[in-house]
Design a protein around this ligand. Structure first.
Ligand code: ADP
Ligand code: ZN
Ligand code: ZN
Length: 755
């Protein structure tokens, strides 16, 4: 007999390894099976079979798989196809993807077989029913049923119940928990005796409330028209971009689309950038879908996550799942629609650890290859998606009208230099903003103030010698927190008491410079003593409870002014906001990144969109020292097309995405000299093979974090070049580099399509 081998994915940064399949496993091993295998010195790992074959591997010691971890597959064929593509595209290993996709309890590892089997996850057993072996054909079954009909009515009814509950398509291969039958145990017992039904035991399926509500609001005429356009776009494109201004009812459209898929028994995946801030959205979805809505998030316990994974992998469809980026790796059957809500959001890109994937691009791949449709939605689409729609790769649907009486807010650009010259500036709030806030408060409207820096002041500086407080472990200034009089590093958390005398010249008294949310909160409270002020930023968000209470109190109208960082631009829908103020648009623009202008536009338009929802016209005031900056003007006008035109022109001229593709290599080591030399050597070697597309090695904007030094290299791949070939060349260079005795301790990470 020919020997059987299995290529097995292990949850390690390795490509699949080949093991031999012993004869005792021939019947139960298939592609997707979870198996246990020995690795190294007597360590047992869980692996997933990704290929079965008869090609004897060319090495001497071929080890055998030692057991079957679960009787059902750990990953579906569709999932494995996705993993394979992701590993190739994102230059990582299948193992790294398995590591993120599979809940920890489903991939135990241990020192020996006994310990391993103790760790294997089980939900307990349940009795299952299926058709008896002799009646698993259409003909045999109808003969048997006819025989029952005249005298054994109860047994006949039980058979009909069974057939109806497993569903017509699955009569011959489907099964049902015995407890799901209404027929009496005695009747079922008789059918088992007669061989019409058979029983087997399997792991219990986690219980969940399946009551799907499918309730949705009535669409307006223009929303209905857009819905029809999306449907017809779906018949022509795998992916469609829904470009709809803030508060136009995109969420209502998603609910309608999801409903129609669910009605047909298909599943829907609803992806959102962040869960922490979307309690409101989840509430709306619960209203629409009831307890049938599955919410997948990172704060779930390992057990809950595992149960959900098992439940979904057994479900045949009709599921609606809302989750953040890792939800895209869930086992979903009959998946018909993926919604990527706020598709422009950076959080859709996984930064660390590998796989460093873009959820949006994975969703697009899935639509192309796994037969579902993907809907990307945003008021401010990413330029990549917009360009893909523009060039006809995606369908494009535009919704340019707010729901109901809602009108877009009036946006005023307030020149901070002029107002400073006129002596109007009162602690970072100019006259225009001040008056607008005052008016809003008088009209019992709420106010949102946006400042993209947390803490009291971004840094502390000595007026005498210019010394500024820096983190000893990172290359950044320490943020000053007035509360507790502390200096803290926002990268590594390092914290010290703020010095009263300059440690450098010993004479000056260091002073806080610039302003963060904590300071704005204080200034505003002094300026408007009658107003109730709250703050929402990374420091508040560190506690989920505190964050929720800030949001709820604002929602209920118990807070008048909310001061916050970018957190508050994300998906909030508050009806009572009359004024939105952006305290300093300039620090958005100053990001050292080719996407700075696109991001500034997106942030400003999204934050402006928080004003004047429902039935009140709002006002947004953007304070800036660059009132003539074209991005600020475009954002103030809400002119996406103008922004897209000018940015795409620049991107093309300077060779940035979407006109090229980028791969970023990051090198890290505790020695700054070593990482510098290593990066230069690597960039030279890459350039020898790849030419001009490789940049010089350079330090990133933040190059020193938690005692590690960073250098990076960008590789630009022209649209005319094959990305696969270039990636192969990069991999080869990195393989050689990793073996170099001088550099092998430098950690290198690869980021494809970095954000
Ligand atoms: P978007 O997702 O485009 O920002 P939303 O779907 O959140 O817009 O809609 C904005 C507000 O208008 C929400 O409060 C929503 O409930 C309401 N709304 C939108 N469309 C309808 C509709 N057809 N019927 C009732 N309310 C609607
Ligand atoms: Zn000094
Ligand atoms: Zn630090």
């Amino acid at each position: 007999m020919e020997r059987l081998f299995a290529d097995i994915i292990l949850p390690l940064a390795l490509q699949p390894l080949t093991f031999e399949v012993g004869e005792e496993f021939y019947d139960c091993v298939a592609v997707g099976s979870g198996v246990s295998v020995p690795l190294g010195k007597n360590k047992i790992y869980t692996g997933i079979v990704c290929r079965l074959h008869h090609n004897t591997p060319p090495y001497k010691r071929i080890r055998q798989i030692s057991g079957i971890v679960r009787s059902e597959p750990l990953a579906s064929v569709g999932q494995l196809a996705l993993w394979e593509w992701m590993a190739q595209y994102y230059m990582c290993t299948m193992g790294e993807i398995m590591r993120s996709a599979l809940p920890s309890l489903l991939k135990p590892s241990a020192q020996n077989d006994d310990l391993f089997s103790q760790k294997v996850f089980s939900l307990g057993k349940e009795q299952m029913l299926r058709l008896g072996e002799d009646v698993r054909t259409e003909e045999a079954l109808s003969v048997a049923l006819e025989a029952l009909l005249p005298r054994k009515k109860a047994q006949y009814a039980a058979m009909m119940e069974f057939c109806q509950k497993v569903g017509e398509e699955h009569i011959f291969d489907g099964s049902l928990p015995r407890s799901a039958m209404d027929a009496s145990p005695m009747v079922v017992g008789k059918l088992l005796e007669a061989g019409l039904l058979a029983t087997f035991s399997r792991e219990r399926t986690p219980h969940y409330d399946t009551a799907l509500l499918r309730h949705s609001a009535t669409l307006t005429d223009s929303q209905q028209m857009v819905l029809d356009k999306i449907s017809s776009s779906f018949s022509r494109y795998h992916t469609t971009l829904l470009h709809g201004i803030t508060s136009s009812g995109k969420t209502e459209l998603y609910i309608h689309l999801a409903n129609s898929i669910l009605q047909e028994g298909g599943s829907v995946l609803y992806l959102i950038p962040e869960l922490a801030l979307t309690e409101q959205l989840i509430g709306r979805l619960r209203k629409a879908f009831g307890d049938g809505l599955t919410v997948y998030h990172s704060a779930m316990t390992p057990r809950a996550r595992t149960e959900m994974y098992i439940r979904l992998s057994r479900s045949e469809g009709g599921e609606i799942i809302v989750g953040t980026r890792s939800a895209i790796l869930l086992p979903l059957h009959n998946l018909r629609l993926i919604i990527v809500d706020e598709e422009h959001d950076e959080s859709f890109k996984q930064q660390d650890p590998a796989p460093r994937f873009s959820t949006r691009d994975v969703a697009v791949w899935m639509a192309h290859n796994l037969g579902c449709k993907t809907l990307l939605g945003s008021a401010t689409p990413s330029l990549e998606s917009f360009y893909n729609a523009y060039t006809g790769r995606y369908g494009y649907v535009w919704l340019g009208e707010r729901y109901g009486e809602g009108v877009l807010p009036e946006v005023i650009v307030s020149n901070t230099i002029k107002s400073a010259q006129r002596g109007e500036r009162k602690g970072h709030i100019g006259k225009e903003l001040h008056d607008a806030i005052q008016e809003a408060l008088a009209n019992h409207q709420q106010v949102i103030l946006f400042q993209n820096r947390r803490g009291f002041a971004p840094y502390l500086e000595c007026p005498t010698c210019g010394w500024s407080a820096r983190c000893p472990h990172c290359g950044v200034t320490l943020t000053y927190y007035k509360k507790g009089n502390k200096l803290r590093c926002n990268l590594c958390g390092h914290s010290i008491d703020s010095p009263t005398r300059c440690p450098s010249c010993h004479s000056g008294e260091p002073l806080p410079q610039g302003f963060g949310t904590e300071k704005i909160e204080e200034v505003v409270a002094e300026m408007f003593p009658e107003a109730r002020v709250a703050r929402l930023d990374g420091d508040v968000a560190a506690s989920a409870g505190r964050m929720r209470s800030v949001i709820r109190s604002f929602e209920r109208g118990e807070t008048d002014i909310l001061v916050g960082t970018r957190l508050i631009t994300k998906g909030f829908d508050f009806s009572g906001v009359g004024v939105v103020g952006v305290l300093n648009a300039d620090n958005l623009l100053s990001r050292p990144d080719f996407r700075a202008e696109e991001r500034t536009f997106q942030t400003l338009v999204q934050i402006a969109g928080r004003a004047g929802r429902a039935d009140n016209k709002g006002r947004t005031i953007i304070q800036t020292a660059q009132p003539d900056n074209h991005t600020i003007i475009q954002a103030a006008r809400g002119d996406y097309m103008a922004m897209a035109r000018s940015q795409l022109r620049d991107r093309e001229a300077f060779g940035y995405p979407p006109f090229t593709r980028l791969v970023r290599l990051s090198l890290r080591h505790t020695s700054p000299e070593l990482v510098w030399r290593g990066a230069n050597t690597l960039s030279q070697r890459l350039r020898e093979v790849l030419g001009r597309g490789v940049t010089d090695a350079h330090a990133p904007a933040v190059s020193h974090v938690a005692d590690n030094y960073y250098m990076q290299i960008l590789v630009r791949i022209e649209r005319s070049e094959s990305p696969t070939d270039t990636k192969d060349i990069i991999k080869e260079c990195l393989r050689v580099f990793a073996k170099d005795p001088i550099y092998r301790n430098i950690a290198v990470t690869i980021d494809v399509d970095p954000q």
